[in-house]
Design a protein around this ligand. Structure first.
Ligand code: MG
Length: 121
C-alpha cells in the first residue's frame, strides 16, 4: 500500500514525464478538480440516492462501481497535482484538516445529528 506522499510523488512523475507542467496553473488545476468532481456527480444525476446506495451495497451494479472508482480517482489525482503544484504535503494538509474538523464537530455535540458548524476563517 502506497503512502499519500508516494502517490503525490507518482503524480509529479506522471506530469513531468509528459512535460505537462507547462500547461498547469493553480487555476487550471482547480478547474480540473471541479470538472472531475462534477463528472462524479453526473453519474448520479436524476437518480434516487437511496436506490443507488442499495445497488452499490448489494454489488448489483458493477459497471456503476467501476465508474465511481474511476471518477473518484480522477478527483484524488487532481488534488494530488494541486498539492504538488502548490508545493504542499497533502498528507499533512489532510491530517491538519481532519484535526480541525475534530475540534469543530465535537462528538458529544454532533453525534447522530446532521449539523453545519461554520469555520473560524
Ligand atoms: Mg473524469
Amino acid at each position: 500500500m502506497a503512502t499519500i506522499q508516494e502517490l503525490q510523488d507518482k503524480t509529479k512523475e506522471f506530469v513531468d514525464s509528459r512535460d505537462w507542467r507547462q500547461f498547469q496553473t493553480i487555476k487550471e488545476l482547480a478547474v480540473s478538480a471541479s470538472v472531475e468532481s462534477n463528472e462524479l456527480l453526473e453519474l448520479f444525476q436524476w437518480q434516487d440516492g437511496k436506490e443507488l446506495d442499495k445497488k452499490l451495497l448489494s454489488g448489483a451494479d458493477g459497471d456503476l462501481m467501476k465508474k465511481i472508482k474511476n471518477e473518484t480517482a480522477d478527483v484524488f489525482l487532481t488534488c494530488l497535482a494541486i498539492a504538488d503544484h502548490a508545493g504542499f504535503d497533502m498528507e499533512e494538509a489532510f491530517l491538519s484538516k481532519l484535526s480541525e474538523l475534530d475540534r469543530r464537530y465535537k462528538k458529544e455535540q454532533v453525534k447522530g445529528k446532521s449539523v453545519k458548524i461554520p469555520s473560524d476563517d
